[in-house]
Design a protein around this ligand. Structure first.
Ligand code: FAD
Length: 460
């Protein structure tokens, strides 16, 4: 496609100046109070909050690559208050504690905003809210039902009819929308990573990049992390490895790596931007089962991602970061949504792995006799929720019951995925059924209804 002809095959966010120089790999033996494995948002928030809770605590972060190279540096930058991959998903799984989860999620987003300001993190944090748009009648009914439920629980959201939604952002495909004005911020994801890392350094956190932890064994009362050229003996460990984790066998049952893809346009001219409106600069998602997410950057590019969620039986490899068929699909959907932008070209195309679990929202736990805590399974909505997960991990490591560790969401686990080869078959059948539902007014077939009854699913 012409619009994709010059697109560079790399994540837009990570390719810009400002990335920190990598820290020296671990070479030798170190001891610490808390070792954090992984320098994405989960690991960085854990290190930062650990230091904020107790400045005397020694903290070291071990990262297999460099900070934010994985999902945290290449995502859409929707930093949502939701801890449950959206209100509806949370309500269906944790109805009794949904009010608490909403309250904790809003507080978490407020805390992110205040940390960004406190540490002067230059990440274009902007609390624009999120607009969920309907592009088919059945989606409109879903948004109306979600609005009724949200309002009855005191959650504010504005239901927009066709004219009102098009007055916000002008696409001929929009039939209506639900605008949560406060529950989501747009961030520059890589700069958030880089800023969090800088804040950690300022509080005395030590980093070793290009340092993969290969094994965890017991050492006295603590744990020993083995790397290629050294080891760390730690009293406690926080495992923050996202979709990449193979250090704790049980995580493999709960998490599947799913590839999500995105495009970035060139900066829009003033006239191009005026042709679509978008003065309030909300993040936008459409309400299909296979949904797109899109947003403006500070320099008025449009990031356009989502729709396909691809599971590869072979697991994670750099080749999967590029998928031309998905890029072509995304580009054609962009053209349908914004025919006014027919001349706009894409400058970047990329993919990344999300840690999908069958309940679409994070899960938490401990291992090695309570000396290790983990958080994973954010499934495409971990930018904000990973800070909450970091607090959960730190609470779990205290061994005491807290408000967070008492939550059903924290105490329960998602339904595990079956092992291969059944896993691939089940995921392909589910993906096919989801696409079919989108083509047939949202009608769910017997397979999807069965999964719904069991409380499991597949999403990005
Ligand atoms: C294309 C895309 C778009 C997305 N859009 C959004 C969005 O708009 N909003 C949203 O909320 N979420 C979004 N997400 C999801 C979000 O990016 C993730 O939920 C979040 O970044 C997860 O952070 P993390 O720290 O848990 O994992 P990661 O960022 O994956 O970090 C894990 C780190 O652990 C390291 N690691 C793994 N194993 C080891 C080991 N053995 N030793 C040392 N280090 C190790 C890895 O190298 C990696 O750096 C998106 C994801 C993708 C891929």
């Amino acid at each position: 496609m012409r619009s994709l002809a010059d697109a560079q095959a790399e994540p837009y966010w990570l390719g810009r100046p400002g990335a920190p120089a990598p820290a020296e790999p671990l070479d030798g033996v170190e001891t610490t109070d808390l070792a954090v494995i992984g320098a994405g948002y989960s690991g960085l928030w854990t290190a930062l909050l650990a230091k904020e809770r107790d400045p005397q605590r020694d903290v070291v972060v071990l990262e297999a690559g460099t900070a934010g190279w994985a999902a945290s540096g290449r995502n859409g930058g929707f930093c949502a208050a939701s801890l449950t991959h959206g209100f509806d998903n949370g309500l269906s799984r944790f109805p009794a504690e949904m009010d608490t989860l909403e309250k904790l999620g809003r507080a978490n987003l407020d805390e992110i905003e205040s940390a960004v300001s406190r540490y002067a993190i230059d990440c274009d944090f902007s609390r624009t809210g999120e607009l969920n748009v309907a592009t088919a009648e059945w989606q409109l009914k879903g948004l109306e039902a979600e609005h009724r439920e949200a309002v009855s629980r005191g959650v504010s959201a504005d239901l927009l009819d066709r004219a009102a939604v098009r007055a916000e952002v002008d696409s001929p495909t929009y039939l209506g929308g639900l605008w949560d004005r406060d529950g989501c911020a747009m961030v520059d994801p890589a700069r958030l990573v880089w800023g969090l890392r800088e804040a950690c350094l300022a509080l005395g956190v030590r980093f070793h990049d290009n340092t993969r932890v290969e094994r965890i064994t017991h050492a006295g009362a603590g744990l020993r992390l083995h790397t290629w050229r050294g080891r760390v003996d730690a009293a406690h460990v926080a495992l923050a490895t996202g979709a990449h984790g193979n250090l704790l066998r049980r995580l493999h049952h709960y998490v599947v790596p799913v590839y999500d893809y995105a495009l970035m346009t060139e900066p829009l001219s003033e006239a191009q931007l005026a042709s679509i409106g978008w003065r309030n600069r909300q993040g936008i998602g459409d309400a299909g089962n296979q949904f797109h997410y899109y947003r403006l950057t500070a320099d008025n590019r449009i990031l356009w991602g989502g729709y396909d969620a691809i599971y590869y039986k072979g697991g994670i490899t750099p080749e999967h970061d590029q998928r031309e068929a998905t890029f072509a699909t995304l580009a054609s959907h962009f053209a349908q949504t914004f025919p006014q932008l027919g001349d706009v070209r894409f400058t970047h195309k990329w993919g990344g792995v999300i840690d999908t679990c069958s309940r679409f929202s994070g899960f938490y736990g401990t291992g090695h006799g309570g000396r290790l805590a983990y958080a994973a399974g954010y499934t495409g909505l971990g930018v904000g929720a990973s800070r909450f997960g970091a607090n959960v991990m730190l609470d779990l490591l205290t061994g005491s019951r807290t408000e967070l560790t008492s939550l059903k969401m924290v105490r329960s686990k998602p339904m595990p995925f079956p092992p291969e080869p059944v896993r691939s078959g089940v995921i392909q059948l589910t993906r096919w059924s989801i696409a079919n539902a989108d083509r047939h007014e949202g009608r769910r077939n017997i397979w999807l209804k069965t999964l719904d009854r069991l409380g499991v699913g597949f999403d990005s």
